[in-house]
Design a protein around this ligand. Structure first.
Ligand code: P6P
Length: 332
């Protein structure tokens, strides 16, 4: 990225940063900068509701269940609608797929060059506990202009992503994204009302010594995970710290900042894993690899998995390369 003269981090918005990058790299078009701005606009509205939880009824359950049979909070639906409405105004968006909709939403039968996947409010079951939640997004280009079944152009492997990111609604509201040229973080400044550059070219620290897994599921893990857990808690390995928030965006963000490793293996309740490939594992894996880390299903690279269905689940391990490889040495 060309050096630019503005003060290091004080005045660079996410959109300015993207447009500056565009000068140095043609693949990052104005459309993509505007597209990410559509997402951040919706996220500012979502942030307002998240920050006022308890004063409104948005963290209450709706009567409906989503395609996965999970309870849906009012804010899940509201966030989904805000994102689709904001993206629908962008003529470059053809199709959006979301955790909250069984089928893809075709915004433009013809025209539009981007297809998007998102989890509008990951971890929403934690909303009423005041725990960080997040919006996760993944952006691909349409692989062809004409198709008979939208799944022909939607079910692409994660290595076809051109951008991915998340907004974490936590102690601060942060946007983290990559367009394939490093991982960058922007903090929402409520006084300015915009996301301002706060960290650039982020990489996982080395030797984070933090492991993140829901040990309550240990009874149904592949035995290799329990062998790894015995090791990670041993004197030989230690000391490691256990941290598990139960909101993947927050667990990822902590791992990116503090280092370590996260694993959500297959369990008896979720034999394919719990996390969804297209709008959770793929975007997180793109960011993890751009931050010089690793993301796998325990056997292969997440980004190389050829999807077979829109809402398919995968086991997910991410974090420092050597820590992920350590787990893999026990399970394979
Ligand atoms: P468990 C939140 O519900 C979520 O989808 C992810 O954000 C999180 O990593 C995972 O589920 C937590 O699942 O079974 O540990 O509560």
């Amino acid at each position: 990225m060309k050096a630019y003269k503005s003060p290091e981090h004080a005045l660079t918005s996410a959109q300015q940063f993207l447009l500056l990058e565009q000068n140095s790299d043609s693949h990052l078009t104005k459309e993509l900068a505007l597209l990410i701005s559509s997402i951040t606009l919706a996220s500012k509205h979502i942030a307002l509701y998240v920050k006022r939880d308890g004063l409104t009824d948005v963290s209450e359950k709706t009567n409906s269940k989503n395609v996965h049979g999970e309870e849906v909070k009012k804010l899940d639906e509201l966030a989904d609608k805000m994102l689709i409405n904001s993206l629908g105004l962008n003529a470059d968006v053809a199709i959006v797929s979301s955790e909250e909709n069984e089928n893809p939403v075709i915004l433009r039968e013809s025209g539009g060059k981007y297809i998007l996947f998102f989890d509008p409010l990951d971890g929403s079951s934690n909303l009423s506990s005041g725990i960080a939640v997040g919006t996760i997004f993944s952006i691909m280009e349409k692989s062809k202009t004409t198709y008979s079944d939208p799944m022909e152009i939607i079910l692409q492997p994660g290595n076809r992503q051109i951008a991915a990111g998340y907004i974490m609604y936590g102690s601060s509201t942060v946007l983290v994204f990559t367009t394939g040229k490093g991982v960058h973080m922007f903090t929402l400044d409520p006084n300015v009302g915009d996301y301002l550059l706060s960290r650039q070219n982020m990489t996982f620290p080395d030797n984070g010594k933090c492991y993140s897994i829901n040990e309550g599921n240990a009874h149904s893990f592949d035995p290799g995970y329990n062998k790894w857990l015995d090791w990670v808690k041993s004197n030989e390995a230690g000391p490691y710290t256990g941290r598990y928030i139960g909101s993947m965006v927050a667990d990822f963000h902590r791992t990116l900042i503090q280092g370590g490793v996260f694993a959500y293996p297959a369990t008896k309740k979720s034999p394919e894993g719990k996390l969804r490939l297209m709008y959770e594992a793929n975007p997180i894996a793109f960011i993890a690899e751009q931050a010089k880390g690793m993301a796998t299903n325990g056997k292969s690279r997440i980004l190389d998995i050829q999807p077979t269905s829109l809402h398919q689940r995968v086991p997910l391990l991410f974090g420092e390369k050597k820590e992920v490889e350590k787990i893999m040495s026990y399970i394979n």
